[in-house]
Design a protein around this ligand. Structure first.
Ligand code: UD1
Length: 437
């Protein structure tokens, strides 16, 4: 993967309809907890379709620090965690993504000890780990948090009754990843119901775990002595599906999300239809068609099955092109509107007050844009694609955390996007190189 994220930009000539088919990548948010599950077994665990994403690379790098051997063969990666090292991954690596916190549960369950620098991730709110810690403490862990790192110990975990104060996805996954090897039964109440939680539970069950109720608010886990490995295939990325659907709705055109079923993003499809897009399930996948300018929307994010917070920014970009006044309420993260000011540069009128954003859509015009977080980057890309004229988008390291080859996929749909990379030749009168895709 290119390491020019800090200088790399996209030059986008917007105003073109998106027409064609897209093959979705495998889900990032399903991949990361499954990678954490690698630590639970001394047998090989293979993932057939690991996506080429920065967060996935970071997680693999962290696993290597714990002594996991990783063998690639084509798009299949096999992980062997038969000999684990008592290690502490470097802080800059852990700060580059959030899901490192998912290693706490498996390390405690398998080794009884975990030392981790505090994980980072998108700057979209405080993102504390208190729910993870209190759930793991209920299972018998002792956790010390210093300024920059976490040290957790357990002299054998034991099942417990746990009620999460909020249905946190990561805390639910951490409990699953710890309780599968704990002594006795764990009952988790107010669990997250996201499809990625269900996928993790299915993988753990295939490895020999006893879990009932994943996908519901109450999950029951009966600890087992040991888990096997297995070979797994990740589901398509539902957030990527929703992102390209918002792009097609904003730009007009017709998009087929190949082999994709509508079931899991029901709230998004309902809202896009209300905005005037057509959403149809076909035998070959899901089509999203937008034949006229969108109408305004009312959206409130929330835990699954409510509208996903990860699609709030892409939907706001679509709302920025719509006729009328949209209201968006972000209830999951308290600071997830960085993209609003940037979308205003394209001509939309957006007011933000606490969790409410009010968006007055406009015909957008190209601008210079700087992404500050992953899904915000996707929103700016959509805004630039929908705007008339030329835009430049920087901050691509955020986009690359969660989207695999986004510009190549969009160019195949008719978008006009070029990459601008710094060049080494200092005698050249231009210090940038524009690459055709
Ligand atoms: C996961 C997803 C992320 C998505 C989010 C919500 C992955 C790798 N990431 O993140 O893309 O945006 O779910 O759908 O799957 N909270 C606490 N204390 C905790 C844990 C969470 O207060 O201990 C709060 C968070 O600050 C946030 C809310 O709970 O306000 C939801 O966070 P959570 O569901 O845990 O998100 P992540 O698992 O980090």
């Amino acid at each position: 993967m290119a390491e020019n994220y800090y200088q790399e930009e996209l030059l986008i000539c917007g105003g073109k309809q998106l027409v064609g088919e897209i093959e979705l990548s495998a889900s990032k948010n399903a991949a990361l907890p499954l990678l954490a599950a690698v630590l639970l077994t001394d047998s090989p665990l293979a993932i057939e379709n690991l996506p080429e994403l920065r967060d996935v690379h970071s997680m693999c790098e962290v696993l290597r620090h714990y002594g996991v051997a990783i063998s690639p063969a084509g798009s299949t990666f096999t992980f062997a965690a038969d000999k684990l090292l008592c290690s502490c991954p470097p802080a800059p690596l852990m700060r580059s993504f959030r899901a490192g916190s998912l290693l706490l549960g498996p390390l405690l369950a398998r080794c009884g000890y975990a030392e981790l620098p505090l994980p980072g991730g998108c700057a979209i709110g405080r993102r504390p780990l208190d729910l993870h810690f209190s759930a793991l403490q209920a299972l018998g862990a002792q956790i010390e948090v210093a300024e920059e790192s976490i040290v957790a110990r357990a002299d054998g975990l034991s099942g417990a009754q746990i009620r999460l104060g909020y249905p946190s996805v990561g805390a639910t996954e951490n409990v699953l990843l710890a309780a599968v090897l704990a002594r006795g039964e764990t009952v988790l109440e107010n669990a997250a119901r996201e499809p990625e939680v269900v996928f993790l539970a299915e993988c753990l069950r295939a490895m020999g775990a006893e879990i009932e109720g994943a996908g519901e608010s109450r999950i029951r886990i009966c600890g087992v002595e040991r888990l096997d490995g297995g070979t797994f295939r990740l589901p398509p990325d539902r957030i990527e599906a929703g992102t390209w659907a918002c792009a097609a709705a904003a730009c007009g055109g017709e998009l087929l999300l190949r082999d994709y079923a509508a079931a899991e993003n029901a709230e998004l499809w309902r809202i896009l239809q209300q905005m005037g897009a057509e959403v149809r399930q076909q035998p070959r996948g899901l089509t999203i068609a937008a034949r006229r300018r969108l109408q305004a929307a009312e959206v409130t994010t929330g835990p699954y099955p409510a509208f996903p917070t990860d699609l709030q920014a892409p939907l706001m970009a679509a709302a920025a092109t719509a006729v009328g006044l949209s209201r968006i309420r972000e209830t999951v993260f308290e600071n997830r509107y960085h993209h609003a000011a940037q979308l205003q540069r394209l001509g939309a009128v957006i007011g933000v007050e606490e969790e409410l954003a009010v968006v007055v859509g406009m015909p957008l015009k190209g601008a210079v844009l700087q992404a500050q977080d992953l899904r915000g980057a996707a929103a700016l890309l959509i805004g630039a694609l929908a705007a008339q004229g030329e835009s430049r988008l920087g901050g691509l390291m955020h986009l690359r955390r969660g989207y695999e080859q986004p510009e190549q996929k969009l160019v195949r749909l008719g978008a006009d996007i070029r990459r601008i990379l710094p060049i080494k030749d200092e005698n050249n009168y231009r210090n940038r190189q524009i690459l055709m895709l």
